[in-house]
Design a protein around this ligand. Structure first.
Ligand code: NAP
Length: 288
């Protein structure tokens, strides 16, 4: 079995660790920076997945140095070690690095089109700057052994504050602006595919469920499932008066991704995840 090292034990890293089938999974316990050249030689994995990073936007603004170190410096230095390792060894390590669709501020680009993997970036906060700069440095170093993965508003059936569904349960008012969303299901399927492709797995990938939705629509679906009251609509302008850092709306498009992965419609994935989320909530309350 191919050995995969997963860094990051948050929402995405944990879902990959339990969801990837047919691989030997090692969950890296330490910091990204501790995955040294010696550790790479010893582990000799088929791939390293970096799902680690500082992701709380307000925390990132207040802790700029640590955010730059974790989101930019440490992943780029790790990739430098991977490239060096690959030059000396026949079996090259693949580096799958999680970036974010938040490197753009939309919902559409200046021409009214969705953002594609090569659209110029327009980061709106420090977190997004670190992601955008990290992507640029990784791909500039060598696009040969790296895939930059950009999901957006990740959701799953897991009851956790990091889950976008949990976030959208909290606010009575929600904006109705179009956005891409990414289920953990499509992320797992994409990673599995990239790990099994012989060639063409590298480069930048936008990862999302097909079509788009809005936070208000997700609030409606959660209310229909009995998980919250019906939301009321608030305007993006009203949200922007108090939300710090600014919340961005982003619609992703990636022709190559849609051809290779054939993602399911976002509303189908949302309904599946909400149903499973409801069962998970019931289980938690029964155990209590
Ligand atoms: N969730 C989303 O909606 C979303 C959307 C787009 C992109 N992404 C990207 O996908 C990746 C995974 O997201 P996620 O939702 O799983 O985030 P998460 O739940 O916040 O998990 C990130 C994990 O990385 C750890 N970490 C931070 N700095 C580290 C370091 N220097 N070394 C080792 N571990 C470190 C964190 O630990 P601490 O808590 O101790 O810091 C946390 O356990 C991130 O790169 C994120 O930017 C996520």
């Amino acid at each position: 079995m191919k050995r995969i090292v997963i860094i990051g034990r948050g929402q995405v890293g944990s879902a990959l660790a339990s969801g990837l089938q047919g691989f030997e999974i090692i969950q890296w316990e330490g910091d990204i920076a501790e995955l040294s050249a010696i550790a790479l030689d010893e582990l000799s994995p088929f791939a390293i997945i970096n799902a680690a990073g500082k992701t709380d936007l307000a925390w990132c603004e207040a802790n700029a140095l640590e955010t730059v170190r974790s989101n930019l410096e440490a992943p780029v230095e790790l990739y430098e070690r991977i490239v060096t390792h690959n030059k000396k060894n026949q079996a090259a390590i693949r580096f799958l690095h999680f970036s974010s669709g938040c490197i753009w501020d939309g919902p559409y680009d200046g021409e009214g089109k969705p953002f594609t993997p090569t659209s110029p970036v327009s980061p709106a906060c420090l977190y997004s700057w670190t992601k955008a700069a990290g992507d640029a440095l990784l791909l500039q170093r060598s696009a040969e052994s790296v895939a930059v993965l950009r999901p957006r508003q990740v959701f799953s059936s897991i009851v956790s504050p990091r889950n976008t569904l949990s976030k959208l349960l909290r606010y009575p008012g929600l904006i109705d602006t179009p956005n891409s969303m990414s289920s953990v299901a499509v992320i797992i399927r994409t990673v599995e595919t990239l790990l099994t492709m012989e060639t063409g797995w590298n480069g930048s990938w936008n990862i999302y469920d097909k079509g788009h939705t809005t936070p208000f629509r997700v609030g409606e679906l959660l209310a229909e499932a009995g998980l919250r009251d019906m939301p009321h609509r608030i305007t993006k302008d009203a949200l922007d008066t108090w939300h710090r850092p600014k919340r961005v709306d982003v619609i992703l498009y990636d022709e190559h991704f849609e051809r290779v992965i054939a993602p399911n419609p976002v509303e189908d994935e949302l309904r599946n995840a909400i149903e499973a989320y409801k069962s998970a909530l019931l289980e938690v309350s029964t155990v209590r």
